[in-house]
Design a protein around this ligand. Structure first.
Ligand code: TYD
Length: 134
């Protein structure tokens, strides 16, 4: 899977409240090494603005909505996430920004690697140069 794609997660609908879940290997094509979340985003702010050399991620809007803008330097796409049972799979090597956070939105991100500052490319020109070397 070298392209970003939306993965539909299971939904167990119940009058007591609905439930969804995610399992590595079954719903995500990588071993989940780390989870982190983004919350309390002030209006107009955005996160991201980087690419990962190695890390693959699944991004879920557990609450509220936001847009994930992606490019590999050739193809560009924007995914609007607004349901807790959809995950956006982002392969390694895609530049990404997350923007248009709604009030009280909550992004859960599952990642294939430990946090590693060296895995980040934070300069878009460097990113495009790096892509040419692959
Ligand atoms: P970062 O991924 O750089 O966020 P953004 O690109 O949206 O600004 O993370 C911000 C800071 O949080 C970074 O300096 C280091 C820290 N951080 C961790 O310590 N562990 C993590 O798993 C993540 C994602 C970030």
């Amino acid at each position: 899977m070298n392209k970003p794609e939306i993965i539909q997660l299971p939904r167990v609908l119940d009058n007591r409240g609905n439930l969804s879940f995610v399992e590595q290997g079954r719903h995500v094509p990588f071993s989940i090494r780390r989870s982190y979340w983004i919350y309390d985003v002030p209006g107009g702010e955005g996160r991201g603005g980087h690419a990962f050399r190695r890390a693959q991620e699944l991004i879920i809007a557990l609450s509220g909505s936001f847009d994930v803008c992606l490019t590999d330097g050739v193809d560009s796409m924007t995914f609007s996430l607004n349901r807790s049972y959809y995950g956006l799979y982002v392969p390694a090597g895609w530049w990404r920004t997350i923007e248009n956070f709604s009030t009280n939105s909550f992004a859960l991100i599952l990642a294939s690697t430990d946090y590693d500052a060296e895995d980040y490319i934070r300069n878009f020109e460097h990113f495009k140069e790096w892509k040419k070397t692959l």
